[in-house]
Design a binder for this molecule. Structure first.
Ligand SMILES: Nc1nc2c(ncn2[C@@H]2O[C@H](COP(=O)(O)OP(=O)(O)OP(=O)(O)O)[C@@H](O)[C@H]2O)c(=O)[nH]1
Ligand SMILES: [Mg+2]
Length: 376
């Protein structure tokens, strides 16, 4: 990660020339285009001033050159730089926003009950959102599980690119971590998951036989963040709608054991999040991917950051926005784009414009792209 990418802009003699891509286009009102990005953002009608992307990212690259790292910068592809600086940029963009926190009563209750149920589980299946596999792992998961056997499932595999999948598969295998990809909507990977759970936990019955006890079904607990597809995976495996599933976080509210054949029992559990999400970069990604209750964030702010992120994303860029909405992207300030889209399509209602951008992203209208790549 670039250590300087998250720093605010410093107006000094050493100030780098403002990169051309940061300039507002001529058709914007003079008063807006002349303002520095932070001020422009606040004129876009939001309660919270959203920092624009240009300084952190441009400074990141500028600093490299100033420090004599230009060869390094040359050698690195645009894509490498994007992934390297992404979290620093997100940190910078989110720092003046209201923190995203969501801890409804049923999560607190589940956390307690789940710890009790862990003792009964032979294997834990931790489901993650393949778009954001790091942001959808609970910081306490390792300590809760201890030595318990775990399978990591990267669900929503259809929502990322082949490059994303390969990058994560290589990363996990280099760490010696067992992962599998699945699609909870269509059922891909679910039979394999059932077999894997049984084989990972097969020692349970070996031990029972040694003690002269009859074998019993293997118990697998399905855990993970909200809306990652836990209940859908169970339903697909069972080929029946045994557990409620819907496209919003917080659908499952109770723990529920269900039986799959004679030899596997599965526990569906409500999605759990930490009481306080200290990593607001991760929280922002949860909001973008709809993996956290929508009352916990401001649509305008999150959509604006998503625009900034996608404009820089090597697989998306401004052309994708122009094609989708038939309007030009005038600057790399997300707030400006949300405002422009609201004027174009929604009579100036920025919330509707923000919602449209978020749901378009979630439906893959900008292409299927992950928001995280493995750490290097
Ligand atoms: N595209 C796609 N959609 C999926 C996939 N898995 C699940 N879904 C959809 O995602 C939505 C949420 O799925 P759920 O199974 O309810 O998620 P959950 O983890 O049980 O959610 P909570 O109970 O709220 O914690 C549903 O509309 C599913 O159809 C997948 O692999 N790909
Ligand atoms: Mg559920």
């Amino acid at each position: 990660m670039n250590p300087v990418a998250g720093l605010p802009f410093r107006a000094s003699a050493a100030t780098p020339p403002f990169p051309s891509r940061c300039r507002a286009a001529p058709q914007l009102p003079r008063s807006v285009s002349r303002l520095p990005p932070r001020a422009s953002a606040s004129t876009a009608g939001s309660a919270v001033a959203l920092p624009c992307p240009t300084w952190s990212s441009a400074l990141g690259l500028y600093e490299r050159e100033r420090l004599g790292l230009s060869r390094y910068a040359d050698e690195e592809s645009k894509e490498d730089i994007f992934w390297e600086t992404l979290d620093a940029d997100l940190q910078y963009w989110t720092r003046s926003l209201r923190p995203v926190q969501w801890y409804p009563g049923h999560i607190a209750k589940t956390e307690k009950e789940l710890k009790g149920q862990l003792k009964l589980m032979d294997v834990v299946i931790e489901v993650r959102d393949a778009r954001i596999p790091l942001a959808t792992t609970h910081p306490k998961m390792d300590s809760w599980l201890g030595n318990r056997r775990r399978i990591i499932v990267m669900n929503r595999e259809d929502m990322v690119s082949a490059e994303d999948r390969n990058a994560w598969a290589t990363y996990f295998s280099s760490q010696g971590i067992k992962v599998m990809y699945s699609n909870g909507q269509l059922g891909m990977g679910t039979m394999k998951l059932g077999r894997m759970a049984k084989s990972v936990a097969s020692t349970v019955n070996t031990k029972r036989r040694e003690k002269g006890l009859l074998p019993r079904p293997v118990r697998a607990g399905i855990v993970g963040y909200p809306n990652v597809g836990k209940s859908s995976l169970i339903n697909r495996l069972l080929k029946r709608r045994m557990c409620p599933a819907a496209p919003r976080p917080g659908v499952t509210r109770e723990l529920k054991w269900v039986r799959f054949g004679k030899d596997l029992e599965l526990l569906d559990s409500p999605g759990i999040l930490p009481m306080r999400i200290s990593d607001q970069t991760a929280a922002l990604k949860l909001a973008i991917c709809d993996d956290i209750g929508e009352r916990s964030y401001d649509f305008d702010d999150v959509a604006a950051i998503l625009v900034q992120l996608l404009l820089r994303h090597p697989a998306v860029g401004s052309e994708a926005f122009r094609k989708r909405y038939k309007i030009n992207v005038d600057s790399d300030c997300g707030k400006m784009f949300v405002t422009k889209l609201s004027l174009h399509l929604f009579n100036g209602d920025t919330s509707q414009a923000a919602f449209r951008i978020l749901s378009d992203f979630r439906k893959g209208r900008f292409g299927w792209v992950a928001l995280e790549r493995p750490p290097t």
